[in-house]
Design a binder for this molecule. Structure first.
Ligand code: VAH
Length: 324
């Protein structure tokens, strides 16, 4: 039986992955953990085991693994791109020293480790369109540096110590339950909230800036399917390109207008996050994931927009009419 510890479980991915994994593996087999308990997550914390774990504190991490007899660690605790540029030292500390502690714990206690990488692991010299699985990776953000280094460290622990490490390079993730924390792709989440509050949004990312994106439902599937994938089929491990769509703010606004025709988009570009976005690919080639573990996303832009608007309308108590 898989017994899972999720670090960063109160974040954008973790808050939904915890509930999804508890449905599949049983609540008692999925331990949610976070550096601290946060308001607004009472339902999740009450739905199964919860521990205060700081991945920079090896003792709390090791104790949680022993207490719950963990054999699988899903390491989601991380600082994202924009916040990482404001505090690069803290970004390195959590994303790298924290990952090192997770891998050392996994090596000593025979755990599998899933750690997400990101399209941020690529940089300006990477081919931008249909970015290959194996290509140059020279990111220009501290977040990206930690993602490349994290991929290499996870592959090293697999080859040197036999730790079963696996990961995906996530694109921007769109979800409605928990706001993302300080990323560059966050505009593509905020736009839905503002569409349902005022039918207007001012984007901090420039028109024509294409980035890979994915609905959270497909992101959860990617994590669970890769964790359960036959290791004999895996030619790659850290980390697989995965994507579901690529769009710019204008394309996203056009999709929203299919449901809220009066929606208006304007721009007030943030030079820091624009520079980050410009350094990332326009679109990924995810054929390796499709061949090695049958990756196949279910949501495209319009089906994601429909689901986001319907779910957020209820969450926000919006009275704005959604057509279509
Ligand atoms: C960020 N949402 O914007 C994250 C993600 C690909 C982007 O890594 O930093």
């Amino acid at each position: 039986m898989r017994r899972i510890l999720i670090t960063g479980a109160l974040g954008q991915i973790g808050s939904e992955l915890t509930l999804e994994m508890r449905k599949i593996y049983g609540s008692g087999n999925v331990v949610a953990s976070n550096r601290r308990a946060k308001e607004g997550h009472e339902e999740l914390i009450a739905s199964g085991p919860f521990e205060i774990v700081d991945i920079n504190d090896l003792q709390t991490l090791s104790a949680a693994v022993d207490k719950h007899k963990i054999n699988t660690i899903v390491n989601l605790a991380a600082i994202l791109s924009a916040v990482g540029e404001r505090d690069p030292q803290q970004c390195w500390n959590i994303n790298m020293n924290g990952l090192y502690n997770v891998l050392e714990t996994a090596r000593e206690k025979n755990c599998m480790v899933f750690t997400p990488s990101s399209i941020a692991a690529f940089g300006p010299s990477t081919p931008k369109d249909s970015t290959p699985q194996d290509t140059i990776q020279r990111p220009t953000t501290m977040y990206g540096v930690t993602k490349v280094a994290g991929e290499l460290l996870c592959d090293y622990y697999f080859k040197k110590f036999g730790v079963d490490t696996r990961g995906v390079r996530f694109p921007g993730l769109i979800s409605y339950k928990t706001l993302p924390g300080g990323g560059t792709t966050d505009y593509a989440v905020h736009i839905y909230y503002e569409a349902l509050k005022s039918k207007k949004y001012t984007s901090f990312i420039r028109k024509g800036t294409y980035m890979d994106m994915m609905y959270i439902r497909d992101a959860l599937s990617a994590i669970i399917e890769l964790i359960e994938a036959d290791p004999g089929r895996l030619k790659h491990r850290n980390a697989f390109n995965v994507t579901a769509m690529s769009f710019d703010p204008e394309t996203l606004a056009a999709s929203i207008r299919k449901f809220i025709p009066e929606f208006e988009l304007s721009y007030d570009v943030d030079p820091i996050r624009q520079e980050i976005a410009d350094s990332w690919p326009n679109s990924l080639d995810d054929s390796a994931a499709r061949q090695e573990w049958d990756w196949n996303p279910k949501y495209d832009l319009d089906s994601m927009t429909k689901d986001m608007l319907e779910k957020l309308r209820v969450k926000l108590g919006s009275m704005i009419t959604i057509y279509g």
